[in-house]
Design a protein around this ligand. Structure first.
Ligand code: C5P
Length: 225
């Protein structure tokens, strides 16, 4: 194994810093970054836009089969497209954030998404973040990280981010929303959010992004030795 064909899985609950850390590592090691949450968000966005009932699994699968979701690398991260429409910002809106866990709980939706995610990792070194990467999507990953942080810390980070972007933000509501999404993601029947047996747990509550990145790089170095 070399650095170029490494497979790194980063799982964890909402707003634990997965995507920031994953992007940083992918950039530094020249690996492809795959944000699987963005894929579930893109489908949710499309369903809301087309008035597809997000509780209707069949209708969602039909929609997904006709939806091309593209993740495109940019200088500061990644752009997301649904068919030819750029939805990078739209998929972060509250209406998507608060309903995506319902869409992601449908087993058949997950099956199709996992196939697409595994294809993205075929013949490529990747850093993939999500909820089930180490357990289901890429169980043979070279490095598996389970990144956690307290609900309070995660809500405060999201709050700061919103404020800095000039987006209205209510800290107490954020805490409730994050706790609810945690509950939905950990309690669903199909591939719930859970730490893989061989994943390394990193609690980022008291760590900076740089410190988390350093810890993961140490894990990567020891794997390559
Ligand atoms: O990572 P992010 O918070 O953007 O993910 C949005 C939602 O997509 C999660 O709350 C979860 O319901 C779902 N998801 C998932 N499996 C993944 C990635 C995300 O179920 N691999």
């Amino acid at each position: 194994m070399t650095e170029t064909n490494l497979t790194i899985a980063i799982d964890g609950p909402a707003s634990s810093g997965k995507s920031t850390v994953a992007k940083r590592i992918a950039n530094d090691l020249n690996l492809i970054y795959v944000d699987t949450g963005a894929m579930y968000r893109a489908l949710t966005y499309q369903a809301l836009k087309q008035n597809v009932n997000i509780k209707d699994e069949k209708a969602l699968i039909n929609l997904l089969k006709n939806t091309v979701i593209t993740l495109e690398k940019t200088e500061d991260g990644q752009s997301v497209f649904v068919n030819d429409e750029e939805v990078t910002e739209d998929i972060r809106e509250n209406n998507v954030t608060n309903t995506v866990s319902i869409v992601a709980a449908h087993p058949q939706v997950r099956t199709e998404m996992v196939i697409r995610q595994q294809k993205l990792a075929e013949n490529n070194g990747v850093v993939m973040d999500g909820r089930d990467i180490g357990t289901v999507v890429l169980p043979a990953s070279d490095v598996k990280v389970f990144l956690v942080a307290s609900v309070k810390e995660r809500a405060e980070r999201r709050h700061k981010e919103n404020v800095s972007k000039g987006i209205f933000s209510d800290l107490d509501q954020l805490k409730k929303d994050i706790a609810e999404r945690d509950y939905k993601d950990t309690s669903r029947d199909t591939s719930p959010l859970k730490q893989a047996d061989d994943a390394i747990r990193i609690d980022s509550t008291k760590l900076s992004i740089e410190e988390v990145v350093e810890k993961i790089k140490e894990l990567i170095d020891s794997t390559l030795k």
